[in-house]
Ligand binder design. Structure first.
Ligand SMILES: Nc1ncnc2c1ncn2[C@@H]1O[C@H](COP(=O)(O)OP(=O)(O)OP(=O)(O)O)[C@@H](O)[C@H]1O
Length: 294
């Protein structure tokens, strides 16, 4: 388990990370979510040992020098353009303490794992954005770190590239604890065990997606009608509290009422044409806006 306690960073008079505490269970997948400038990179850099905290601590159970146990993918990874993929990873493997004899083999293995097997002898200057991101992940994991820190690993990629990298990260989770920053909330919604919402350097909300949903969700039933008039008609005749948005009516649930059956019963006795009825849930994006908006 990794325990972060009261982590704080000041740049001059400005406090950009303020008293941040959280834990990462072994093998868990945690997203650090926050708007631009919230302090995500600063937190990851302190965890990676690249930036000295002004205060607070980062501890890994049973480990004294945690730097050896960390793999880090910076937001904008840089590679020597004159090296091939395998040469670059071999170099980083040696720098992270793998023996000269083992480094080449480990480099080839990890490049195959990240899907770059066919490009290992290509110069990194010729890699596409997605390939560079895979190469960045390869350099972060070649020494099999216990904690993997990834700063915006998918933000620069198109949806297909994002999906591929997220699937890759999911596979990595079997061997590592992962903390990654993102502002692409769809990915976080699907994959993550724990969410940390960051605003102006402070963790303003944390928990599993379900826990956070429980807290912020407004229970309601969404009914889509065939037309705007029908939605307005239903809304004016029902006894339940509603809100109308075009051809959609939201029926608000309070203390478990109305139930879905009650609403369906009412609709089947009404003259209005219904297209779709569903229990409405806030998306992670909507929750995020609620949490971080001023
Ligand atoms: N070396 C530095 N000196 C002074 N201020 C800094 C320094 N590095 C970061 N900051 C400030 O700290 C704040 C947090 O920056 P940080 O890069 O951690 O945010 P972020 O959440 O990663 O943002 P983004 O999503 O834009 O990458 C910002 O206001 C930034 O300007």
């Amino acid at each position: 388990m990794i325990t972060v306690q009261h982590l704080t960073k000041n740049f001059g008079a400005q406090t950009v990370v303020s008293d941040v505490s959280f834990t990462l269970e072994d093998g868990s997948f945690t997203a650090l979510i926050g708007p631009n400038g919230a302090g995500k990179t600063t937190i990851l850099s302190m965890l990676a040992g690249l930036l000295k905290p002004t205060g607070g601590s980062v501890k890994m159970e049973g480990i004294k020098d945690i730097r050896k146990e960390i793999g880090f993918l910076p937001q904008y990874p840089q590679f020597y353009p004159w090296l091939t993929g395998v040469e670059f990873i071999e170099l980083t493997a040696k720098l992270s303490g793998i023996s000269a004899r083992g480094a080449r083999k480990e480099a080839e293995k990890v490049l195959e794992f990240v899907g770059l097997k066919d490009a290992i002898h290509k110069k990194t200057a010729q890699y596409s954005g997605g390939m560079k991101q895979r190469l960045g992940i390869a350099q972060a994991i070649v020494h099999k770190p216990k904690l993997l820190l990834l700063d915006e690993p998918v933000s620069s990629l198109d949806p297909v590239g994002r999906r591929e990298i997220m699937n890759l990260l999911k596979q990595l989770q079997r061997g590592s604890t992962i903390l990654y920053s993102t502002h692409i909330l769809n990915d976080a919604e699907e994959m993550t065990d724990q969410l940390l919402f960051l605003k102006k350097g402070k963790v303003v909300e944390k928990g599993s997606l379900n826990e956070i949903r429980e807290k912020f969700d407004v229970p309601r039933i969404r009914i889509q009608f065939a037309g705007v008039e029908e939605a307005a008609g239903y809304s004016s005749q029902t006894e339940w509290p509603t809100e109308v948005e075009g051809n959609v009516v939201y029926v608000y649930i309070k203390d478990h009422f109305p139930t879905m059956q009650q609403v369906m019963g009412e609709l089947s006795n009404s003259p209005f044409t219904v297209v779709k009825v569903e229990r409405d849930r806030l998306s992670l994006e909507e929750i995020f806006m609620k949490v971080v908006s001023p």
